[in-house]
Write a protein that binds this ligand. Structure first.
Ligand code: SAH
Ligand code: SF4
Ligand code: F3S
Length: 479
C-alpha cells in the first residue's frame, strides 16, 4: 500500500458512516412525527476558517440526520462546540461556555452536548473534561470528525461520555456531507495539518502533518460550487505554499492556482495562509497572471526582529520578508496586504519590538491581525523566559494598533472617488437597508441597495471611508 493510500480514508468507511446517518434520520423522523417537535442543533465555531470548514461538515452530517439549525441553545436537542487551542483566551471561553451548559442540561436531560476540534487533541484538556464537566456526552478530535455519526449514535444510547480521539499524523477524508454558510462564497480546504512547528504554535500538534488533497478532488468540489452559483472560493491550508509536496505526482501551489483559475464560471479566488519561507517567485508571477485570483495576500510576519524570528523558528529574516513584499508590490501594484503579528514573544525586548513597528511602517499593510503571545502547553516557547512585563507588552500592543489604524485609514482613503467591484453578500447586520460585500482586495463596502443585488458583482463608487470599511453608491451603468 502506498503512503497516500494509507492516509486516504477508504470510501467504504465513509459509506458506513452514511448508513449510520440514515439510521439516525429514520429515528429522528419517527420522533418528529410522533411528537410534532422538530429536532434542532447548535454548532458553535471557536477557531479559524479551517475550523469553520469542519463545522460546515458537521452541519452537513446533522442536516442529513434530519436536524434543523438554531442559535438558541435553550431550544436545542444537540449542542456542539468546535473548539480552538491557538491561544489561552479561546480555550477559557470554551471552558466557561461548557460550564454554563450544566444548568441547561439539568433542565433538559435529553439534550446532548458534544465537544470537538483542536482543544480535544490535547490530553490534558480531555482529562479535565472527564473530571470536571461530566455533563458532556461526546468528545471527538480533529482526526475523527468523519466518525461523528458513530459517536453520536453511541451517545444517544449510552449514559457515559463517548470519547473518540486519535493521536495520529492525520488522514484525508473525501465525501463527507457539507452544509455551507451563505451562497456567494465558499471555503475549500486544499490541505490539512502543518509541518512548520513555529515554536509558539499548537497547530502542528492538534492538526497533524501536512497532507494535500488530490487536485482532481479539489477541482471537482470547486466545479460543483460554481455550478451551484458560488462566485468566490477561498483555498484553505495552514501553509498553502507547501501544497502538493506529498502528492504521488507532485505539483506546487502555483500549478494548482492556475488550474483553479481555469475553471469555467469562477469569478474570484483567494487563498490563505501563506508562509513567507515558502512563497516562490513562480507563485507571485502566477498570482499576477491569473485574472480570477484576487489582488490580496495574507502573509503573516509575526515579528520584525531577526533574533525573535529565529526563536520563533520562522526560517526567514526581516530583510527577506521585506524583499518578498517588494516583489509582490511590483508584480501586483494594487495588491492589498494583510498579516499576523505576535507581540510579547518570550525574550522579545522593547528594542526588538521596534523592528516589528519598522516592518509595519515600511510595508503599510491594509490591515493586521495582532495577538499578545499566549504560552501553549507542550510547545518549545512555553519554556522560554520573558524579559519585559505584561504591562510593557500591552503598551507595545497598543502602539502597534495605533500605528496600524492610521495606516488602514490612509490605505482606505486611496479608494475615495474610485469605482470598485463588490461581491454582494447580503444586508448589513447593523442596518437592514444597507447591503454589504467585499472588493477584490478584501475591503468591506456598505451601500444602499435591494435584494436583487445579493450574490452579484456590482460596481460601487466609494464616497466615504473608515478605518475598517468603505461606503458608496451603486454606479448607474450596472443596469
Ligand atoms: N498557519 C497560519 C495561521 C496559524 S494560527 C500561519 O502560519 O500564519 C493564526 C495566528 O495566530 C498565527 O499567525 C499567529 O500570529 C497567532 N498565534 C499562533 N499561536 C499563537 C500563540 N501561542 N500566541 C499568540 N498568537 C499565536
Ligand atoms: Fe502554526 Fe507556524 Fe504552522 Fe502557522 S506555520 S500553523 S503559525 S506552526
Ligand atoms: Fe484553527 Fe485554532 Fe485549530 S486556529 S487549526 S482552530 S487551534
Amino acid at each position: 500500500m502506498s503512503k497516500r493510500e494509507k492516509i486516504q480514508i477508504p470510501i467504504e468507511e465513509i459509506n458506513q458512516q452514511k448508513e449510520i446517518i440514515n439510521r439516525i434520520r429514520q429515528r429522528n423522523d419517527f420522533d418528529i412525527q410522533r411528537t410534532g417537535e422538530k429536532k434542532r442543533a447548535v454548532v458553535v465555531t471557536y477557531g479559524c476558517q479551517q475550523n469553520e470548514n469542519d463545522s460546515e461538515r458537521l452541519r452537513g452530517m446533522l442536516r442529513d440526520m434530519g436536524y434543523e439549525f438554531t442559535e438558541e441553545k435553550e431550544e436545542a436537542d444537540l449542542i456542539i462546540y468546535n473548539t480552538c487551542a491557538v491561544r489561552e483566551n479561546a480555550e477559557l471561553k470554551v471552558f466557561g461556555n461548557v460550564g454554563a451548559l450544566k444548568h441547561l442540561k439539568a433542565k433538559k436531560p435529553h439534550m446532548l452536548i458534544g465537544l470537538c476540534g483542536c482543544m480535544m487533541q490535547q490530553e490534558h484538556v480531555v482529562k479535565q473534561i472527564k473530571k470536571k464537566y461530566k455533563h458532556v456526552d461526546m468528545v471527538f478530535g480533529t482526526h475523527t470528525l468523519y466518525r461523528f455519526p458513530e459517536v453520536l449514535d453511541k451517545a444517544m444510547n449510552e449514559a457515559y461520555t463517548v470519547i473518540d480521539i486519535l493521536n495520529t499524523d492525520g488522514y484525508i477524508v473525501e465525501d463527507i456531507p457539507i452544509h455551507r454558510e451563505g451562497s456567494t462564497k465558499a471555503w475549500v480546504s486544499i490541505m490539512y495539518g502543518c509541518n512548520n512547528f513555529c515554536s509558539y504554535c499548537i497547530v502542528p500538534y492538534v492538526r497533524g502533518r501536512e497532507r494535500s488533497r488530490n487536485p482532481q478532488d479539489i477541482v471537482s468540489e470547486i466545479k460543483q460550487l460554481v455550478s451551484e452559483g458560488y462566485k468566490e472560493i477561498t483555498l484553505l491550508g495552514q501553509n498553502v505554499n507547501s501544497y502538493g509536496k506529498d502528492l504521488e505526482k507532485p505539483m506546487d501551489f502555483a500549478d494548482l492556482l492556475k488550474t483553479v483559475n481555469e475553471i469555467d464560471g469562477i469569478q474570484r479566488i483567494r487563498f490563505m495562509t501563506s508562509h513567507p519561507k515558502d512563497i516562490s517567485d513562480k507563485l507571485i508571477q502566477t498570482m499576477s497572471e491569473c485574472k480570477n485570483v484576487c489582488e490580496q495576500l495574507h502573509l503573516p510576519f509575526q515579528a520584525g526582529s531577526n533574533r525573535v524570528l529565529h526563536l520563533m523558528n520562522r526560517k526567514y529574516t526581516k530583510e527577506k520578508y521585506l524583499e518578498i513584499i517588494n516583489k509582490v508590490k511590483n508584480a501586483i501594484p494594487d495588491i492589498a496586504l494583510t498579516s499576523d503579528v505576535i507581540v510579547g514573544f518570550p525574550g522579545e525586548t522593547n528594542e526588538d519590538f521596534e523592528d516589528t513597528l519598522e516592518v509595519v511602517r515600511q510595508v503599510e499593510f491594509d490591515s493586521l491581525f495582532t495577538f499578545i503571545y499566549s504560552p501553549r502547553k507542550g510547545t518549545p516557547a512555553e519554556k522560554m523566559k520573558d524579559v519585559i512585563s505584561m504591562e510593557e507588552k500591552q503598551a507595545n500592543f497598543q502602539k502597534l494598533l495605533d500605528m496600524q489604524n492610521k495606516i488602514s485609514l490612509k490605505k482606505n482613503q486611496q479608494y475615495l472617488g474610485k469605482i470598485v467591484e463588490v461581491l454582494v453578500e447580503g444586508y448589513s447586520k447593523t442596518n437592514a437597508e444597507i447591503l454589504t460585500g467585499r472588493t477584490r482586495t478584501g475591503k468591506i463596502v456598505n451601500f444602499p441597495g435591494d435584494d436583487s443585488m445579493i450574490g452579484k458583482l456590482i460596481n460601487i463608487k466609494i464616497d466615504n471611508v473608515q478605518t475598517w470599511s468603505l461606503s458608496g453608491q451603486v454606479v448607474k451603468e450596472n443596469f
